[in-house]
Design a protein. Structure first.
Length: 270
């Protein structure tokens, strides 16, 4: 039987916060996505492996291993794969500038899009210093987040039993909590300011599990989202436009394209 799933062609793809080793990693969808993409460069923007979760409870299903094999396969078959470690896989940062098999490791990276814009690629946990949260708030936040993931896990099991596609209930709840929205907005602003201070046109990051495309005063912010809640990726087309893709169930991916991030006219003219 021929696989009718559409292929996803892009110049460059960014994904982050896979959290392999965490029971809530959506490795099933991630494997389908990796099978479908065709790109010149693939960025892994941190938290690929969740060492924090595995310290608490070891979890490494076969699908998580298959994701790692697929990343190696892509790198061996001509896709440039660049791994920018995050806070959950921080031990990998000591290998900055080295190769992990065919995969390049960099603590951060500079990327030039097809329209000439310069992008700072970083995981984004450095921005935590600007989000003023007490240890009590952080502790309560961890408990609340684990509860959200529990609700998300079981709500989608029920949806699956009734033939309904995956839906990020956790993301919906989080986006409607005032404190969470304020933290996300602060993170976005500080990430853009960091990129601007260093002479970049924009920043591409992950970390906060909140996919977004934002432009503010000529500086661009693109967040990859995650594969533990929302199953999202960023894709650059041949013209240099950045798109956000929500990839839940393959038959529906075409309906989930968001509007592209506006191109920088000055960069295009150059």
């Amino acid at each position: 039987m021929t696989d009718s799933r559409p292929s996803i062609a892009a110049r460059t793809v960014w994904i982050s916060d896979l959290h392999l080793g965490n029971r809530d990693c959506k490795a099933h969808y991630l494997l389908r996505f990796l099978d479908d993409i065709e790109c010149d460069t693939l960025y892994l923007v941190g938290d690929v492996i969740d060492f924090w979760a595995m310290k608490k409870r070891f979890c490494w299903p076969a699908e998580h291993y298959q994701v790692m094999l697929k990343l190696y396969e892509l790198a061996n078959n001509g896709t440039r794969v660049i791994y920018v470690p995050g806070n959950h896989d921080e031990p990998m940062r000591r290998f900055d500038g080295d190769l992990f098999g065919p995969i390049e490791i960099a603590q951060e990276h500079e990327y030039i899009s097809a329209d000439g814009r310069r992008w700072l690629i970083m995981h984004g946990d450095a921005m935590d210093a600007y989000i003023n949260l007490s240890w009590i708030t952080r502790f309560c936040g961890d408990l609340a987040y684990n509860l959200l993931l529990f609700i998300n896990r079981w709500s989608n099991r029920f949806r699956g039993w009734f033939g309904r596609p995956y839906f990020s209930l956790a993301g919906l709840i989080k986006s409607n909590i005032k404190g969470a929205r304020a933290a996300i907005e602060t993170y976005q602003t500080e990430a853009m300011e960091a990129a601007k201070r260093r002479g970049f046109d924009g920043v591409i990051c992950g970390h906060i599990h909140a996919a977004a495309l934002v432009e503010q005063n000529g500086t661009h912010y693109a967040n990859t989202g995650d594969w533990i809640e929302s199953c999202t990726a960023l894709l650059e087309d041949a013209q240099g436009e950045i798109h956000l893709l929500h990839y839940n169930d393959p038959v529906q991916w075409q309906t989930h394209w968001t509007r592209p991030l506006p191109a920088n006219n000055t960069a295009q003219a150059a």
